[in-house]
Design a protein around this ligand. Structure first.
Ligand SMILES: *Cc1c(COP(=O)(O)O)cnc(C)c1O
Length: 218
């Protein structure tokens, strides 16, 4: 599927709910994609890309990043605390702030590099034991801790709903929590379900395989 097709899907979904397409950022998740497919999307003018692994992101983007001030890199994978400094140097947005230990490490790294990145708190919206994300019951306290104790710029909430169930109720629940906390942004929706996410208010959809094709070694 091409970039144009994904923009059409976003445009159609936005029109249905009376939203402007410009209120939704397409994050092109380029993890585990061959360089030629990434280059094709970049050459078409797209500038928001998501990566799940710091080292792979450096391979894909380090060279381009220094030369292109418009490139916006989104960290969309689980972030280990020992990778935080490298992440702060390369990325522009963190979508996966999911635990106090990471909040503390981000805070220290931001101080060290005098750089403050917008962060999404990842919520374990389906309460799944194997999944990352802060427990929904702990969200309010975690948000306050991130903001007040660690001075992080919390821009919104992010989730990955359970794979085996309809996603819409989870997207609505995340939107409700963001509303309660007065957070503006919602990072939710992937290749299969971006329409449902936009219906529930997504501001950032994270699209990999529908845009680039199947991942290699995925
Ligand atoms: C891989 C990944 C995506 C992209 O998934 P697709 O189904 O290929 O669109 C989106 N978000 C996160 C957090 C991911 O890890």
């Amino acid at each position: 599927m091409s970039l144009t097709t994904i923009h059409e899907r976003i445009g159609t979904a936005c029109a249905k709910w009376g939203r402007r397409a410009s209120t939704v950022t397409l994050v092109a998740v380029s993890k585990k994609q061959p360089q030629d497919r990434i280059s094709a999307v970049y050459d078409a003018g797209h500038r928001d890309f998501g990566e799940n692994y710091v080292q792979e992101a450096q391979q894909h983007w380090s060279g381009i990043k220094t030369a292109d001030g418009r490139l916006c890199l989104h960290m969309t994978g689980p972030l280990q605390t020992n990778k935080v400094e490298e992440a702060i140097k390369l990325f522009d947005v963190i979508h996966t702030l999911d635990r106090p230990k990471l909040a503390k490490a981000l805070s220290a790294a931001q101080e060290k590099y005098s750089k403050r990145l917008p962060c999404f708190i990842q919520v374990n919206i389906g309460d799944e034991p194997q999944k990352s994300g802060i427990d929904i019951k702990a969200l309010d306290d975690f948000y306050k801790q991130c903001r007040d104790e660690y001075g992080l710029d919390i821009t919104g909430l992010m989730c990955i709903p359970p794979v085996d169930r309809p996603p819409a109720p989870y997207y609505c629940l995340l939107a409700k929590k963001a509303d309660q906390l007065k957070l503006q942004n919602l990072s939710m929706g992937m290749s299969q379900d971006l329409e449902q996410a936009i219906a529930a208010g997504a501001t950032h959809v994270r699209i990999g395989s529908a845009l680039f094709g199947e991942r290699i070694n995925a």
